[in-house]
Design a protein around this ligand. Structure first.
Ligand SMILES: NC(=O)c1ccc[n+]([C@@H]2O[C@H](COP(=O)([O-])OP(=O)(O)OC[C@H]3O[C@@H](n4cnc5c(N)ncnc54)[C@H](OP(=O)(O)O)[C@@H]3O)[C@@H](O)[C@H]2O)c1
Length: 230
Protein backbone atom coordinates (compact mmCIF):
# COMPACT_ATOMS: atom_id res chain seq x y z
CA UNK A 1 0.00 0.00 0.00
CA UNK A 2 1.55 3.37 -0.95
CA UNK A 3 1.80 6.02 1.72
CA UNK A 4 0.78 9.66 1.77
CA UNK A 5 2.38 11.80 4.49
CA UNK A 6 0.35 14.88 5.35
CA UNK A 7 2.35 17.48 7.25
CA UNK A 8 0.07 19.78 9.21
CA UNK A 9 -2.90 17.44 9.35
CA UNK A 10 -6.02 18.79 11.00
CA UNK A 11 -9.77 18.35 10.76
CA UNK A 12 -9.98 20.54 7.64
CA UNK A 13 -7.90 19.95 4.54
CA UNK A 14 -5.66 17.30 6.13
CA UNK A 15 -8.55 15.01 7.01
CA UNK A 16 -10.23 15.44 3.63
CA UNK A 17 -7.04 14.85 1.63
CA UNK A 18 -6.31 11.82 3.79
CA UNK A 19 -9.76 10.42 3.10
CA UNK A 20 -9.50 10.94 -0.66
CA UNK A 21 -6.09 9.28 -0.92
CA UNK A 22 -7.15 6.55 1.51
CA UNK A 23 -10.11 5.74 -0.69
CA UNK A 24 -7.62 5.40 -3.54
CA UNK A 25 -5.70 2.73 -1.63
CA UNK A 26 -3.14 4.81 0.26
CA UNK A 27 -2.11 4.44 3.87
CA UNK A 28 -2.26 7.86 5.51
CA UNK A 29 0.45 9.17 7.84
CA UNK A 30 -0.71 12.31 9.63
CA UNK A 31 1.73 14.77 11.21
CA UNK A 32 0.66 17.54 13.59
CA UNK A 33 1.43 18.57 17.16
CA UNK A 34 -1.66 17.44 19.03
CA UNK A 35 -1.83 13.72 19.76
CA UNK A 36 -5.51 13.79 20.76
CA UNK A 37 -6.48 15.45 17.47
CA UNK A 38 -4.42 12.97 15.50
CA UNK A 39 -6.15 10.13 17.34
CA UNK A 40 -9.54 11.60 16.41
CA UNK A 41 -8.53 11.94 12.76
CA UNK A 42 -7.26 8.35 12.66
CA UNK A 43 -10.57 7.17 14.17
CA UNK A 44 -12.63 9.17 11.68
CA UNK A 45 -10.63 7.80 8.77
CA UNK A 46 -10.99 4.26 10.15
CA UNK A 47 -14.79 4.73 10.07
CA UNK A 48 -14.40 5.31 6.33
CA UNK A 49 -12.23 2.23 5.96
CA UNK A 50 -9.01 4.24 5.58
CA UNK A 51 -5.84 2.98 7.25
CA UNK A 52 -4.15 5.91 8.99
CA UNK A 53 -1.69 6.60 11.78
CA UNK A 54 -0.74 9.78 13.61
CA UNK A 55 2.82 10.99 14.16
CA UNK A 56 3.03 13.91 16.61
CA UNK A 57 5.67 16.48 15.67
CA UNK A 58 6.12 20.24 15.59
CA UNK A 59 7.40 21.61 12.31
CA UNK A 60 9.06 24.42 14.29
CA UNK A 61 11.08 21.72 16.08
CA UNK A 62 12.89 20.17 13.16
CA UNK A 63 14.37 17.16 15.01
CA UNK A 64 10.81 16.17 15.98
CA UNK A 65 9.74 16.43 12.33
CA UNK A 66 12.68 14.30 11.23
CA UNK A 67 11.82 11.81 13.98
CA UNK A 68 8.23 11.55 12.75
CA UNK A 69 9.42 10.69 9.26
CA UNK A 70 11.79 8.06 10.65
CA UNK A 71 8.81 6.43 12.39
CA UNK A 72 6.74 6.64 9.21
CA UNK A 73 9.57 4.95 7.28
CA UNK A 74 9.66 2.18 9.88
CA UNK A 75 5.89 1.59 9.88
CA UNK A 76 4.77 2.10 6.28
CA UNK A 77 5.69 1.53 2.69
CA UNK A 78 7.80 4.37 1.22
CA UNK A 79 6.11 7.76 1.09
CA UNK A 80 4.72 8.15 -2.44
CA UNK A 81 3.02 11.49 -1.78
CA UNK A 82 4.04 14.31 0.56
CA UNK A 83 1.41 16.97 1.16
CA UNK A 84 2.60 19.98 3.16
CA UNK A 85 -0.23 22.19 4.41
CA UNK A 86 0.21 23.23 8.03
CA UNK A 87 -2.08 25.97 9.23
CA UNK A 88 -1.94 27.67 12.62
CA UNK A 89 -5.27 26.97 14.29
CA UNK A 90 -5.12 29.52 17.06
CA UNK A 91 -2.18 31.52 18.41
CA UNK A 92 1.29 30.06 18.08
CA UNK A 93 4.40 31.59 19.66
CA UNK A 94 5.99 34.03 17.24
CA UNK A 95 3.45 33.52 14.46
CA UNK A 96 1.94 37.00 14.47
CA UNK A 97 0.63 39.02 11.54
CA UNK A 98 2.36 42.24 10.49
CA UNK A 99 1.61 44.74 7.74
CA UNK A 100 4.38 45.98 5.42
CA UNK A 101 5.37 48.92 7.64
CA UNK A 102 5.64 46.68 10.70
CA UNK A 103 7.60 43.85 9.11
CA UNK A 104 10.73 42.98 11.08
CA UNK A 105 13.28 40.20 11.12
CA UNK A 106 11.71 39.08 14.38
CA UNK A 107 8.18 38.71 13.00
CA UNK A 108 9.20 37.21 9.65
CA UNK A 109 11.61 34.56 10.96
CA UNK A 110 8.95 32.34 12.61
CA UNK A 111 6.92 32.26 9.39
CA UNK A 112 10.05 31.31 7.45
CA UNK A 113 10.59 28.52 9.97
CA UNK A 114 6.96 27.41 9.65
CA UNK A 115 6.51 27.51 5.88
CA UNK A 116 9.98 27.29 4.35
CA UNK A 117 12.25 25.47 6.80
CA UNK A 118 9.47 23.03 7.71
CA UNK A 119 8.84 22.23 4.05
CA UNK A 120 12.55 21.85 3.28
CA UNK A 121 12.96 19.54 6.27
CA UNK A 122 9.95 17.38 5.39
CA UNK A 123 11.04 17.16 1.77
CA UNK A 124 14.54 16.15 2.76
CA UNK A 125 13.11 13.11 4.53
CA UNK A 126 11.40 11.71 1.43
CA UNK A 127 12.91 13.21 -1.73
CA UNK A 128 16.19 11.23 -1.92
CA UNK A 129 14.22 7.97 -1.78
CA UNK A 130 11.70 9.25 -4.34
CA UNK A 131 14.50 10.15 -6.74
CA UNK A 132 16.12 6.75 -6.22
CA UNK A 133 12.81 4.98 -6.89
CA UNK A 134 11.97 7.32 -9.76
CA UNK A 135 8.48 8.05 -8.45
CA UNK A 136 6.74 10.38 -6.04
CA UNK A 137 4.67 13.52 -5.66
CA UNK A 138 5.38 16.59 -3.54
CA UNK A 139 2.50 19.02 -3.00
CA UNK A 140 2.79 22.24 -0.98
CA UNK A 141 -0.27 24.30 -0.06
CA UNK A 142 -0.35 27.96 0.86
CA UNK A 143 -3.01 30.63 1.12
CA UNK A 144 -3.38 33.48 -1.35
CA UNK A 145 -0.51 35.68 -0.09
CA UNK A 146 2.07 33.41 -1.76
CA UNK A 147 0.86 34.62 -5.16
CA UNK A 148 -0.95 37.92 -4.56
CA UNK A 149 0.59 40.33 -2.05
CA UNK A 150 -1.80 41.26 0.73
CA UNK A 151 -0.97 44.14 3.06
CA UNK A 152 -2.59 42.44 6.02
CA UNK A 153 -0.26 39.47 5.53
CA UNK A 154 2.94 41.50 5.04
CA UNK A 155 5.18 39.11 6.93
CA UNK A 156 3.36 35.81 6.22
CA UNK A 157 3.36 36.59 2.52
CA UNK A 158 7.15 36.82 2.48
CA UNK A 159 7.40 33.26 3.79
CA UNK A 160 4.62 31.80 1.64
CA UNK A 161 6.04 33.45 -1.48
CA UNK A 162 9.48 32.04 -0.63
CA UNK A 163 8.01 28.55 -0.29
CA UNK A 164 6.22 28.95 -3.61
CA UNK A 165 9.43 30.16 -5.28
CA UNK A 166 11.35 27.10 -4.08
CA UNK A 167 8.60 24.70 -5.15
CA UNK A 168 8.43 26.15 -8.66
CA UNK A 169 12.20 25.68 -8.99
CA UNK A 170 11.93 22.21 -7.48
CA UNK A 171 9.33 21.29 -10.09
CA UNK A 172 11.76 22.22 -12.87
CA UNK A 173 14.76 20.58 -11.24
CA UNK A 174 12.87 17.28 -10.88
CA UNK A 175 11.93 17.09 -14.57
CA UNK A 176 12.84 13.70 -15.97
CA UNK A 177 13.41 12.13 -12.55
CA UNK A 178 9.91 10.69 -12.14
CA UNK A 179 9.16 12.96 -9.17
CA UNK A 180 6.49 15.62 -9.44
CA UNK A 181 6.46 18.79 -7.30
CA UNK A 182 3.75 21.44 -7.36
CA UNK A 183 2.48 24.40 -5.41
CA UNK A 184 -1.22 24.62 -4.59
CA UNK A 185 -2.59 28.04 -3.76
CA UNK A 186 -5.91 28.14 -1.97
CA UNK A 187 -7.61 31.48 -2.24
CA UNK A 188 -11.22 30.67 -1.86
CA UNK A 189 -14.26 31.93 -0.04
CA UNK A 190 -15.82 30.10 2.86
CA UNK A 191 -18.17 27.99 0.73
CA UNK A 192 -15.48 27.03 -1.74
CA UNK A 193 -13.08 26.29 1.10
CA UNK A 194 -15.11 23.21 2.06
CA UNK A 195 -12.18 20.81 2.37
CA UNK A 196 -14.24 17.86 1.15
CA UNK A 197 -14.76 19.80 -2.05
CA UNK A 198 -11.10 20.78 -2.41
CA UNK A 199 -9.51 17.43 -1.56
CA UNK A 200 -10.47 15.62 -4.81
CA UNK A 201 -8.43 18.24 -6.69
CA UNK A 202 -5.37 17.03 -4.80
CA UNK A 203 -5.93 13.53 -6.13
CA UNK A 204 -6.41 14.94 -9.61
CA UNK A 205 -3.25 17.06 -9.35
CA UNK A 206 -1.26 14.06 -8.14
CA UNK A 207 -2.62 11.59 -10.66
CA UNK A 208 -2.16 13.94 -13.62
CA UNK A 209 1.26 15.11 -12.48
CA UNK A 210 1.15 18.21 -14.68
CA UNK A 211 1.98 21.83 -13.95
CA UNK A 212 4.14 23.47 -11.34
CA UNK A 213 1.30 25.44 -9.81
CA UNK A 214 -2.41 25.01 -9.21
CA UNK A 215 -4.45 28.05 -8.26
CA UNK A 216 -7.60 26.46 -6.96
CA UNK A 217 -9.39 29.79 -6.77
CA UNK A 218 -9.03 30.09 -10.53
CA UNK A 219 -10.13 26.52 -11.09
CA UNK A 220 -13.25 27.15 -9.05
CA UNK A 221 -13.95 30.57 -10.54
CA UNK A 222 -13.42 29.43 -14.11
CA UNK A 223 -16.71 27.58 -13.99
CA UNK A 224 -15.09 24.18 -13.76
CA UNK A 225 -17.00 23.81 -10.54
CA UNK A 226 -18.02 20.20 -10.90
CA UNK A 227 -16.04 17.82 -8.78
CA UNK A 228 -13.05 16.33 -10.52
CA UNK A 229 -13.19 12.67 -11.38
CA UNK A 230 -11.62 10.60 -8.67
N1 LIG B 1 -9.02 31.21 2.21
C1 LIG B 1 -8.00 30.48 1.94
O1 LIG B 1 -7.23 30.84 1.08
C2 LIG B 1 -7.76 29.22 2.68
C3 LIG B 1 -8.84 28.66 3.32
C4 LIG B 1 -8.62 27.47 3.99
C5 LIG B 1 -7.36 26.89 4.03
N2 LIG B 1 -6.32 27.47 3.39
C6 LIG B 1 -5.00 26.83 3.41
O2 LIG B 1 -5.25 25.44 3.43
C7 LIG B 1 -4.25 24.79 4.18
C8 LIG B 1 -4.89 23.90 5.22
O3 LIG B 1 -5.73 24.63 6.11
P1 LIG B 1 -6.75 23.87 7.10
O4 LIG B 1 -7.05 24.78 8.23
O5 LIG B 1 -7.88 23.29 6.33
O6 LIG B 1 -5.81 22.65 7.59
P2 LIG B 1 -6.08 21.45 8.59
O7 LIG B 1 -5.57 20.22 7.91
O8 LIG B 1 -7.46 21.43 9.13
O9 LIG B 1 -5.16 21.84 9.82
C9 LIG B 1 -3.81 22.11 9.71
C10 LIG B 1 -3.12 21.58 10.93
O10 LIG B 1 -1.77 22.07 10.93
C11 LIG B 1 -1.29 21.76 12.21
N3 LIG B 1 -0.19 22.58 12.63
C12 LIG B 1 -0.22 23.90 12.97
N4 LIG B 1 0.97 24.29 13.42
C13 LIG B 1 1.78 23.19 13.36
C14 LIG B 1 3.11 22.95 13.72
N5 LIG B 1 3.88 23.91 14.26
N6 LIG B 1 3.63 21.70 13.54
C15 LIG B 1 2.87 20.70 13.03
N7 LIG B 1 1.58 20.87 12.67
C16 LIG B 1 1.04 22.10 12.85
C17 LIG B 1 -2.47 21.99 13.18
O11 LIG B 1 -2.55 20.90 14.11
P3 LIG B 1 -1.86 21.06 15.58
O12 LIG B 1 -2.36 22.36 16.12
O13 LIG B 1 -2.34 19.84 16.30
O14 LIG B 1 -0.39 21.05 15.35
C18 LIG B 1 -3.69 22.03 12.26
O15 LIG B 1 -4.74 21.23 12.73
C19 LIG B 1 -3.34 25.88 4.71
O16 LIG B 1 -2.22 25.96 3.86
C20 LIG B 1 -4.18 27.12 4.63
O17 LIG B 1 -3.39 28.27 4.45
C21 LIG B 1 -6.51 28.62 2.71
Amino acid sequence: MPTIAIVGAGPGLGLSVGRVFGEQGYEVALIARTTSTLDELVARLAEDGVAAAGYPADIMDRPSLVGAFKEIAANHEPVEVLEYSPAPRGPQPGLVLAGPLDVSVANVQPHIDFYVHGAITATGQVLPDMIERGTGTLLYTTGPSSVAPSAALGNVGIACAALRNWVLNLHDALAGKGVYAAHVSLSVDAEQADPDRLAPYYWQIHSRGEGSEHLLSEVLRAGRRSDPET
